[in-house]
Design a protein around this ligand. Structure first.
Ligand code: KG4
Ligand code: ZN
Length: 335
């Protein structure tokens, strides 16, 4: 049978990424242009700046993947693109580029949900077996997604306020760290201990939802109070305490979900899935639940990238999902 080669676009936030993916499981080439430096001075992503960067970068990324592989449009089966959720102006750049090449070369267009992309990043670690549960933790989302079968997604729990990565970034700001702060907090936490015992919101509640705004407030109040009385707190202990609280709730809620939804695998995906403490903790918990495989998205595909869109796009393509020239960006897209 002929290989299915998909050209994938991702531009939902601050990474412009284009990839060529074979059979949904092999990255032939990927080119990603990050804009983090341009947003750092503002302490977060500025939508207008993001859109402009995407426009400047996307054609270069597209050229890169063809140059690297020597492939031509004739070799492709379909074009996959993130059409939501994300920043509308940013998404529109990828959607427009994908529509243009699909139209010009008479190729099928496959719209992909960015969050499905994050889940399918795990495909680059191991084949996905169903039913499966995904803990999706990124800068914009914190969700437990149950997948009874391929291409079926049910959100069984989500954050009621801040996303998990957003909380990392916000408390990072209070610690004077650059945006995005997750990786640096992860590293700082290694040198500290959980001495502050911050709240674990909703940990014991009988649902699969999360809340991180109370933790964020408790953290900020602790730092401000110390400032006022001139006390110097340990950055490392603050980071370790915050991270421990986040990891405790994420793991508690995930274990609770696994009791109600027996699955073959637990998938850990999204930008925060790069967190070393979270990875270690879930690995330990899964080893206690005999027979449960933990599939972690490879570190290099945890953050936003087009390879994951190519993997999710392959599944959607096989299931007959198609878009046409009326495809639009859907910033608030849900499963
Ligand atoms: O999935 P992603 O690249 O973008 C979104 O779709 O949101 O996630 C980015 C988020 C940021 O909030 C960043 O601080 C966080 O992932 N992050 C981490 C780590 N690496 C990235 N959070 C905790 N620990 C890390 N090692
Ligand atoms: Zn993302």
């Amino acid at each position: 049978e002929k290989d299915t080669i998909i050209l994938a676009f991702e531009s939902s936030c601050d990474e412009t990424s284009v990839a060529l993916v074979k059979n949904g499981s092999e990255v032939l080439a990927q080119s990603t242009a990050t804009q983090i430096k341009s947003h750092q001075r503002f302490g977060g992503v500025v939508p207008e700046v993001a859109s402009r960067h995407h426009i400047e970068q996307i054609i270069g990324c597209l050229d890169d993947v063809f140059q690297e592989t020597g492939l031509a449009y004739d070799d492709l089966s379909a074009i996959a693109v993130t059409y939501g959720p994300g920043l509308v102006g940013a998404l529109l750049v990828g959607v427009s580029a994908a529509k243009a090449v699909a139209f010009a070369h008479g190729l099928p267009l496959v719209p992909v949900n960015h969050m499905a992309g994050h889940i399918y990043a795990a495909r680059y670690s191991a084949p996905i077996e169903f039913p499966t549960l995904a803990l999706l933790v990124s800068g914009g989302h914190t969700e437990l997604v149950y997948m009874p079968k391929e291409n079926e997604y049910q959100i069984i729990g989500e954050t009621r306020d801040d996303a998990c990565g957003e909380a990392f970034d916000k408390i990072g700001r209070v610690l004077g760290l650059n945006y995005p702060a997750g990786k640096e907090i992860d590293e700082l936490a290694h040198q500290g201990k959980d001495t502050f015992n911050f709240p674990r919101a909703m940990e014991k509640e009988d649902n699969f939802d999360f809340s991180f705004s109370g933790l964020k407030s408790a953290f900020i109040n602790t730092v401000h109070h110390a400032d006022q009385i001139g006390e110097k707190l340990s950055q490392a202990d603050l980071a370790a305490s915050f991270q421990q609280s986040v990891v405790d709730v994420l793991s508690e809620k995930t274990l609770r979900a696994l009791q109600k939804y027996p699955v073959k695998q637990l998938i850990l995906a999204g930008g925060v899935a790069a967190n070393s403490e979270l990875r270690a903790r879930l690995k330990e918990e899964c080893s206690k639940l005999s027979g449960l495989a933990l599939i972690e998205a490879p570190l290099k595909y945890c953050g936003d990238n087009a390879a994951m869109i190519g993997a999710a796009g392959y599944v959607a393509y096989k299931h007959g999902v198609r878009g046409d020239m009326s495809l639009n960006a859907e910033p608030g897209l849900e499963f």
